[in-house]
Design a protein around this ligand. Structure first.
Ligand code: GLC
Length: 644
């Protein structure tokens, strides 16, 4: 008998052993196994586990021992999954009362390490489809409908499209939307290799247009690609990216004769191939080549957020624990925690230092940076080692988080009540009793904001500094505020309420506007310096960016309103593939492919895929969202949505 036939026989034997064990397990679970509709929920869970495990063993011909351990692993996965569902997806009425919520007890995080995930949590596609199929075997008993314990699950169910009522992730159905396969192919085409290893994705693979720096790997652009690969259980490229950018951070960076700080992370890099020496090197841009010569403040924050996402998704904390990663984090943190002349805990920035990387009036204290800063600080708190250096930083982080959350929640938050208060502000108030602390002149309130503000809803405004409130709504900052829990649960609900109420303006025919509204005419001239790329309702000036889909999806799922993301995705699916994945769309409704938009823009592709994967399997949310800290202090009540 040759080795193959022996293997085959052993496999058949094992499969039958598994099958009999399966029958045995079913029979001890519940005598009604053969009548699924009569099953108790406990028995259904067991049946589902048994079926999934049986299938797994059948497919791989694995041993009965592995079957047993798989069964228990899946049980622990299912528990964790349902726990995470209950934790992170809460229906609005399950939110804590206002009195329970103000600031996090961040100091608690000093002792709380990141919960490293079991690798089993990342089930293979096949395991997943089988276990979820089995859940769908019998109809959900109607008596559980009003049951609190089922509420979170119900919310998730509503996230699935009709095809998914059985719980089968749409992306795994045999005939998925062609956009998913096409998206993955396009994403893989965008991979950039360095000495044989994938290290990132190119910004855009559009040969029809002038390349400028779109042939580079941007740190911020790679984030959705990284999330897609992590969710797809391909973490290696993310690890390579994290380590390569870390090496770049240690470069000496200069703009003319001025040396940049050690902690600055690059905006982008590219692989240079020397054909003579047949040698590859990396070339990075820290802002010294970028249009406007601005250093990317967001890169370092995204890097830390990505390191946590990698750790969470893989359960591998050894990468974050490496001395060089710890040092990289500390360098970034030193940059933004250093003492200076600041009177606010927010970070003072130049225009164009983030996703909006051109002059657009976001200088000062832009919400995008403040929200990323907050999230990166919380991630760093989970990742820093408790050694003397790490501890010192952790203490500084805790202090800063307290101040930052207070400042942003108090002064950046706008809802109907707060708007009315600003409208009635007195000016020239002196001393600490002042209500109008920044001396904002009510006449500076733009007309549009009065109509834009719904009865229920609110948002973090774009910027707050002396005598200046930028009332524009920015998508990225508000979504990150939800994901990082910078927004209180009430504020998170209010942000989603606003998006629903102002759907036409913010989502329209292509999700989602980068900011609202556009600036026009004289204001455009003054604020953008007559930038022809940022004309009204185009590009950064009220353009619609598909990449923002992943942020909207994550925020919707976190607030227990996945139907918002599903709706947005359905809109995007009608155009993205057909239009060849544009970078952005123009117009008040986002109806037109952007004037200078690149095609095959990688983060448009990845942003869509990540949103789709999260909707299909909401447990992915944990990779990009932080959980609330339960130890919250009483708060100051100041506005409508804090009292919903
Ligand atoms: C544009 C975007 C910027 C992005 C870059 C590469 O400049 O404003 O956020 O990183 O393109 O896609």
């Amino acid at each position: 008998m040759d080795i193959h036939s022996k293997k085959k026989d052993a496999s058949i034997f094992l499969r039958f052993t598994c099958f009999f064990f399966f029958l045995f397990r079913c029979s001890i679970c519940d005598s009604s196994t053969l009548f699924p509709s009569l099953l108790s929920s406990h028995a259904k869970k067991n049946l589902s586990l048994s079926l999934s495990s049986l299938w797994y063993c059948w497919k791989f011909g694995s041993s009965a021992t592995s079957y047993l351990s798989l069964g228990s692993k899946m049980a622990s996965y299912q528990m964790e999954w349902s726990q995470s569902r209950n934790l992170s997806v809460r229906s609005p009425d399950a939110l804590c009362s206002v009195a329970e919520i103000d600031e996090f007890d961040f100091s608690k995080a000093l002792v709380e390490r990141p919960r490293s995930l079991n690798i089993e949590r990342q089930r293979s596609a096949d395991e997943r489809s089988m276990s979820e199929l089995s859940v769908g075997f019998s109809p959900r008993p109607s008596s559980t409908k009003n049951d609190n314990s089922s509420r979170a699950g119900d919310t998730f169910d509503s996230a699935f499209s009709p095809l998914q009522k059985s719980g089968i992730p749409r992306s795994l159905i045999l005939d998925p939307h062609p956009i998913i396969n096409e998206g993955w192919e396009a994403l893989r085409r965008s991979l950039v290799y360095f000495r044989g290893q994938p290290v990132g994705t190119i910004a855009a693979l559009d040969n029809s247009d002038e390349k400028l720096n779109y042939d580079q790997v941007f740190v911020r652009d790679f984030v959705p690609s990284a999330l897609a690969f992590l969710m797809h259980r391909e973490p290696d490229i993310v690890k390579n990216f994290i380590l390569k950018t870390l090496r770049l951070q240690s470069w000496e960076k200069k703009i003319d004769r001025f040396q940049l700080a050690e902690g600055v992370m690059p905006a982008s890099f590219k692989v240079f191939h020397d054909p003579v020496r047949n040698h590859e090197t990396l070339i990075a841009d820290f802002g010294e080549s970028a249009i406007g010569r601005v250093a990317p403040v967001d890169s370092g924050f995204w890097w830390i957020i990505l390191l946590r996402a990698y750790t969470k998704a893989t359960g591998d904390s050894s990468l974050a624990e490496r001395p060089e990663c710890q040092k990289g984090m500390r360098l970034i943190l030193s940059l933004c925690l250093s003492e200076g002349f600041d009177t606010f805990p927010t970070l003072l920035c130049a225009d164009g230092c983030c996703m909006i990387d051109r002059r657009m009036g976001v200088y000062g204290y832009p919400i995008e940076i403040q929200a990323l800063f907050f999230m990166a600080l919380r991630c760093a708190l989970q990742l820093l080692k408790q050694d003397p250096e790490g501890k010192e930083f952790m203490e500084r982080i805790v202090k800063r988080l307290h101040a930052l959350s207070y400042h942003l929640r108090s002064y950046f938050w706008l809802d109907l009540k707060q708007l009315n208060d600003v409208y009635r502000f007195k000016t020239e108030e002196y001393s600490h009793t002042a209500v109008n602390k920044f001396n904002v002149i009510p006449d500076s309130l733009p007309d549009w904001v009065f109509d834009f503000m719904p009865h229920h809803g609110g948002y973090f405004i774009g910027n707050v500094s002396p005598a200046r409130m930028d009332f524009r709504w920015f998508c990225l900052g508000n979504c990150i505020a939800i994901l990082s829990c910078l927004a209180t649960p009430e504020q998170s609900v209010a942000i989603m309420d606003l998006i629903e109420s102002r759907w036409q303006e913010l989502v329209g025919e292509m999700p989602v506007k980068v900011c609202y509204p556009a600036i026009e005419s004289h204001e455009w001239r003054i604020i953008t310096g007559c930038d022809p790329k940022n004309t009204r309702w185009s590009y950064h000036n009220g353009g619609s960016w598909p990449v923002l889909l992943w942020l909207l999806a994550a925020a919707s799922i976190k607030t227990g309103r996945p139907q918002i993301a599903r709706h947005a995705l359905e809109i995007a699916e009608t155009r993205l593939l057909k239009d060849n994945w544009p970078e952005y769309y123009d117009g008040t409704q986002g109806r037109y492919i952007g004037k200078q938009a690149r095609k095959f823009q990688t983060w448009s592709i990845a942003g869509y895929l990540v949103a789709r994967m999260m909707l299909d399997d909401p447990s992915h949310l944990g990779i990009v969202a932080l959980e609330e800290d339960k130890h919250l202090k009483p708060l100051l009540k100041r506005s409508n949505s804090w009292n919903l």
